[in-house]
Every structure is written in structure tokens, then in C-alpha cells.
Design a protein around this ligand. Structure first.
Ligand code: ADP
Length: 196
């Protein structure tokens, strides 16, 4: 019964870490970015709408994103627990998630915040652009996403910090070491309620 959320700037390795952390806790990941990208490549109505924003590095409108998550959180496989990756990203999304969880009788246990300096994020993004060719991995779009992260998502972290459930993890260095650090920090928090 673990309900987690992972937050981190673009290039922080959030998606990769989400997969490993979720595996450790035996819970599914719910990644809004991934759902949007899959839909965009399959050219579903949701995907075609989302692609307008994705390609520019802008946020998909809240109503579309909220509806998508609301639907997904009703699925059977996420009832025992989940790790949300990429949602909520704005203050209104935090409120929506609060409502969704309350109506399901659930609450979040911890929020993992991955931190890394902007210079390292940009270096990694350039590397990922070469390897994966994601459409939103160009320097210009990346900077826009990073800027949005600092402006909007900062507030999201602040809200959860106010509730005392943020576990900050140093996101620099090797992916494996970051995973170990993150898992250890979350385990410690879940056991003792102590934020490292
Ligand atoms: P990153 O963290 O590297 O920006 P994500 O895969 O989390 O990558 O998100 C990719 C894109 O998907 C975002 O730039 C945005 O367009 C869209 N997106 C994902 N999650 C949300 C969300 N919660 N609200 C609005 N847009 C979102």
C-alpha cells in the first residue's frame, strides 16, 4: 500500500528512476508524459490534442491531464498503490489529485523530489536527444520545459513540503546510485516519518 509521487526537472532521470523505484515497491508507474507520448504516436484523439503542446514543451491543459489521471486512478491495478510520474505539475493539479484520492479513500505517502543542477540537466538532455530522438529534446524546447519546471512545479513541491511528505534526493551522478539513494530515503521516511 504505497502511494508515491516523483517530481524532478526535465533531464533529471525522473522516468528512469520512477521505473526502478516502482519495481522496488511492487507498484505500477503512472506517467502522464509517457501516456501522452504513446497516444501521440498512435494518433488517438487524446494524442493529437496533446501533441500540440508536447512538441513545444508546453503543459497540456489541466482539464485534459486531470481527466486522464482521474480515469487511470480508477483502474484495478493501481488500487493497492502507484507511483505517479509527471503529475501533478501545477497547483490546480495538486488540488485535483487531492480530490481524486479523497474520493477513493486514499492519500499520498511520500513525494520524491529529484534535484540536479541545471548544467547537468542540459548535458543529459543533449545525450538523450542523440539516443532516443524525443521530439521535445531540443535545446530550445528543453530550456522552455526547465523554465516551466522552475516556475510552476516549484509551487507543487512547496505544497507537499508544507505537508511534511517531501523526500529530497540528490539526482546527480550515476543512475544506479541515484536509485539506491532514492529507495533508501523513501524506505527511511515510510518507516520513521523522517525526511532526510
Ligand atoms: P519531462 O519531465 O522530461 O519534461 P515528461 O515525460 O514528464 O518529461 O513530460 C513530457 C511532456 O508531457 C511535458 O513537457 C508536457 O507537455 C506533458 N505533460 C506531462 N505531464 C503533464 C502534466 N501533469 N500536466 C501538463 N502537461 C504534462
Amino acid at each position: 500500500m504505497t502511494r508515491l509521487l516523483i517530481i524532478g526537472p526535465p533531464g533529471s532521470g525522473k522516468g528512469t528512476q520512477a521505473v526502478h523505484i516502482a519495481k522496488h515497491f511492487s507498484i505500477p508507474t503512472v506517467s502522464t508524459g509517457e501516456i501522452f507520448r504513446t497516444n501521440a504516436s498512435e494518433e488517438t484523439p487524446l494524442g493529437l490534442e496533446a501533441a500540440k503542446y508536447l512538441d513545444d514543451g508546453a503543459f497540456v491543459p489541466d482539464d485534459l491531464t486531470n481527466a486522464l489521471v482521474k480515469d487511470r486512478l480508477r483502474d484495478v491495478d493501481v488500487q493497492p498503490g502507484f507511483l505517479l510520474d509527471g503529475y501533478p505539475r501545477t497547483a490546480p493539479q495538486v488540488m485535483e489529485l487531492d480530490n481524486m484520492l479523497a474520493s477513493l479513500g486514499h492519500r499520498l505517502d511520500a513525494v520524491v523530489e529529484l534535484r540536479a543542477p541545471d548544467s547537468e540537466l542540459e548535458r543529459r538532455m543533449i545525450q538523450r536527444a542523440k539516443e532516443q530522438g524525443r521530439k521535445d529534446d531540443t535545446v530550445e524546447v528543453f530550456r522552455r520545459r526547465l523554465d516551466l519546471y522552475h516556475r510552476e512545479t516549484h509551487e507543487v513541491v512547496a505544497v507537499y513540503a508544507g505537508r511534511g511528505i517531501v523526500v529530497s534526493v540528490d539526482g546527480s551522478g550515476e543512475p544506479r546510485a541515484i536509485t539506491e539513494r532514492a529507495i533508501a530515503a523513501v524506505e527511511k521516511f515510510l518507516k520513521a516519518g523522517v525526511t532526510p
